[in-house]
Design a protein around this ligand. Sequence first.
Ligand SMILES: *Cc1c(COP(=O)(O)O)cnc(C)c1O
Length: 383
Amino acid sequence: MQFETIAIHDGQAPDPHTGSVTVPVYQTSTFEREDLEHHRDFFYSRIGNPTRKALESTLALLENGRFGLAFASGVAATMAALQVLKPGDHVVASNDIYGGSYRIFEQLLRPWGVTTTYAENETTESYAACITPETKLIWLETPSNPLLQLSDITALSELGKRQGFLVAVDNTFASPYFQRPLDLGADIVVHSTTKYLGGHSDVIGGAVITSNPALHTIIKNYQAAAGAIPAPWDCWLILRGLKTLKIRMKEHEANALHLAGVLEQHPAVERVFYPGLPSHPQHELAKQQMSGFGGMLTIALKGGLPAVKTLTANLKLFILADSLGGVESLIASPPKMTLGALSPEERRRRRCTDNLVRLSVGLENAADLEADLLNALDIPISI
Ligand SMILES: *Cc1c(COP(=O)(O)O)cnc(C)c1O
């Protein structure tokens, strides 16, 4: 079955008791046991809940994986995936990476004896150069936040199989509609379902998908033991989002591609970072490992931070907000917002300059979005 059919049907058969076409929200903490020796499929909702199970099965199928696990947030999913590590293990992670993942590596894992080295996202050689005998995992974010850099999932997964380390991919930006890392050889996929999978800026969630039973067991045991599970209602919202993932991603991409082309020609814009542009240094890799380029793009403005202030103040449709992947267009300043907690030196190392602006291109009419951007770029206002 094809992607959109799975998204609508799989793991979500009509409710056997009532015929309900949508998966019911099983808002219950516990389930009656048959007797002292026997329980049904579910007995306590931290361990398992039918609404969550439907979401987990659908997520696994969309990533072409065997096992899916849902979490209360993307960072909870990240923390869960990293339970495959032990003190003494070493991680190589992408340098341009979600700020919350960096915080996990530095503030949570390092004190527990798991060290992380950061490699340049764009070259396999850079990751390879960081590998030590202790390296247990490579953590990729591709395309990355906020520079939209790519890493070669196939090449690094092959290296991992030869050298004995695992490859995990944060697939939040691409979504499984445009990129399926497990098919490219990765061992673990992580999502913030808050973003495109939920798709409507109304829920926080995360997911881990793998086809490896041993990894799944470790992460599932952690899910039950640490308990960062999503509520049934939140699972239901994400399930509803998944049903339209394909059509949303196609529209996000069409709008982003259009705006990327327009912005690339604009005199106020120094550079556009979007993997769908032929000018993107890794456009060829994007075409190989992704079936589309997504709805996120970043621009560097010639006028520096003052120009960023003017743009964000003048926009009418793009909302200044931290998240991404919803139906409405959002704009963010990575150095001031998502990476604002880093030291200036850390931001410099990541080439996160003050003139960057990240756009999450929504599903509004492309001409309306273009007019909003052009208008805001062209009217200088004093702040
Ligand atoms: C938002 C995000 C996360 C964290 O997800 P939360 O749902 O906010 O906890 C992780 N990775 C990427 C790429 C993200 O954009």
